[in-house]
Design a protein around this ligand. Structure first.
Ligand SMILES: Nc1nc2c(ncn2[C@@H]2O[C@H](COP(=O)(O)O)[C@@H](O)[C@H]2O)c(=O)[nH]1
Ligand SMILES: [Mn+2]
Length: 526
């Protein structure tokens, strides 16, 4: 077991008999258990062993996810299906028993919901496409679905997808990382200070980013914005200012090329932060899906509460990104007065707001209140659910955001995209006023770990080579491979899809010099 794996918390699941679901038992899965069912240390073996001992099932042979009925067969199924608090039903060979508990989920609820697929044939993942179609046609109230070119499979619902609904809200289509987004922050560093071997020195300076920031009072103050407090209590607020798991990162990038007037300048050094609402967002998702429900009726008390909490988590996520940036920039630019004040306003951010009018109304800068001729009818209230996608309109004003980042991976470029609203896309309606917010995975984490750890020495993935790559701070060995550049789709192809569709223009690109994921702050070096 690696040192890092032993430090990761175990996954809490429940196992139950498929044939008699009242017979159940809790089970803790160690972090180093493998999702590969053929491995001697597989989760499947642990689950079967526990089922024999605790549930007294003679010959367990099949496993289903309770409430969904999805069978866990291959490695990808195990990787997607096993999460904290999931209930697995163990079968002795019989088919899944039980109703699909999702409130309002009917296979033909929406047979006519239009689906726009922005991905080219080369990037298509059949499983993700099936999830996109099934979701669009089964959840109530969906009026529009979009597969972005970063489309890839999720546990049940796809990632890199946008779903627009009326009268219904579907929290799982947003997921647990509510408000996950990106922001570029200006730095005062010059290109020369981060180029080549100097990048290593910059990486060395990045310390003190892990763990709680300052005191509980300081964190509470940080979580106050123009609308008041968005703090969620110490259990969650303790992690504000930390990057967290998943594909989150903070990266020092040089703007290699950019069109004038976009808000970034060629040659400048920027910090790109990607993070979300950490444990707070996932606690909200859990709360509203605890009974296995997927859909909330817009006028229900639950839906109203969810929206309130969703908005608060979006504000929390934004405060989190700002604080991460503060922590980084105060290492890099000690004494910089703007940073000692805390918040620096020179940044571009994708802002999440679920509510909108449908069809969307793209405002012009001349008059943000007047509808453009392109919007065919006064909109009706709708909800845009984005997972792995970013909005292209600023909430409130409905003005187009000038630029959005499209990060590839720690070793490949981040494209600078300008959202477009041509009539060929019905003024942004076809792509649901959203763009892919990353290249997306081409390999599951498990596959990346098993194949890339055979192919590369970890150290070779942590340094730039031949003008490519970046200095990487990633002191968790598994993550070196799971997040290697090869585990992601080709960002240029994903960007080209968006451009070909008419959803964006490529106005420039950045290359990372230092990419920060996590540091072992208990004394270990790289
Ligand atoms: N520039 C970087 N891009 C990265 C890194 N790790 C992942 N990524 C890209 O961003 C998205 C993350 O999206 P998510 O919704 O899956 O969180 C991912 O698809 C990659 O394309 C990185 O270290 N640097
Ligand atoms: Mn996220």
């Amino acid at each position: 077991m690696s040192r890092q794996a032993s430090r990761r918390p175990p996954t809490r699941i429940t196992i139950a008999l498929n044939a008699r679901q009242t017979q159940r038992a809790p089970l803790l899965l160690p972090a180093n258990a493998s999702t590969d069912p053929s491995s001697p240390t597989s989760i499947r073996k642990l689950v079967f062993k526990a089922a024999q001992a605790k549930l007294r099932i003679g010959k367990p042979s099949r496993v289903f996810v309770a409430g969904f009925g999805a069978e866990l067969v291959g490695e990808e199924d195990w990787e997607r299906g096993v999460r904290n608090d999931v209930s697995l039903l163990i079968s002795a060979g019989e088919d899944y028993i039980g109703v699909i508990r999702d409130a309002g989920v009917h296979p033909k609820a929406n047979p006519t919901c239009p689906i726009h697929n922005l991905a080219s044939a080369a990037a298509l993942d059949e499983h993700a496409l099936t999830q996109l179609r099934t979701t669009a046609h089964s959840l109530p109230g969906l009026v529009h679905a979009v597969g972005q070119p970063n489309l890839h499979p999720g546990t049940k619902f796809p990632i890199g997808a946008v779903f627009v609904s009326q009268r219904w809200i579907h929290p799982p289509l947003i997921g647990g990382d509510i408000g996950c987004g990106m922001a570029w922050y200006r730095t005062r560093l010059s290109r020369g200070q981060v180029e080549g071997d100097r990048g290593r020195k910059v990486a060395e300076k990045l310390r003190g980013m892990e763990g709680a920031w300052r005191t509980a009072e300081a964190r509470e103050r940080w979580l106050e914005d123009e609308w008041g407090m968005c703090g969620a209590g110490e259990e969650w607020d303790g992690s504000v200012g930390t990057i967290g798991a998943g594909n989150h990162f903070a990266e020092i990038q040089v703007v290699e090329e950019v069109e004038e007037g976009c808000g970034l300048a060629e040659g400048e050094v920027v910090l790109l932060v990607r993070s979300g609402s950490r444990g707070y967002g996932s606690s909200i998702l859990k709360k509203y899906t605890a009974e296995g429900q997927v859909s909330l009726k817009e006028d229900s008390a639950e839906a109203k509460e969810y929206l309130k909490e969703h908005d608060s988590a979006c504000r929390w996520a934004k405060a989190n990104r700002n604080l991460i940036a503060l922590r980084f920039l105060s290492c890099l630019e000690p004494g910089e007065p703007a940073w000692s004040l805390g918040k620096k306003d020179a940044h571009v951010e994708d802002i999440h707001d679920a509510r909108t009018k449908w069809p969307p109304v793209v405002a012009t800068s001349e008059d943000t209140n007047e509808r453009t001729a392109s919007s065919p009818s006064p909109g009706i209230d709708a909800y845009i659910h984005r997972k792995g996608a970013a909005p292209t309109l600023s909430p409130g004003t409905c003005l187009p955001l000038s630029i959005l980042p499209l990060p590839g991976s720690r070793g490949t470029p981040t494209l600078i995209l300008a959202p477009q609203f041509p009539s060929s896309t019905s003024r942004g309606l076809d792509n649901a006023v959203s763009l892919a917010h990353g290249a997306g995975r081409s390999m599951s984490r498990a596959k990346a770990l098993s194949t890339l750890s055979q192919k590369y020495q970890a150290s070779s993935l942590l340094e730039p080579r031949g003008g490519k790559g970046t200095w990487v701070v990633c002191e968790a060995k598994d993550l070196v491979f799971e997040k290697a550049a090869e585990a992601y789709k080709d960002v240029e192809a994903v960007g080209a899809n968006l451009v070909a569709f008419g959803a964006a223009r490529r106005v420039g690109w950045c290359r990372a010099r230092v990419s920060y994921k996590c540091r072992d702050e208990r004394g270990g070096g790289r």
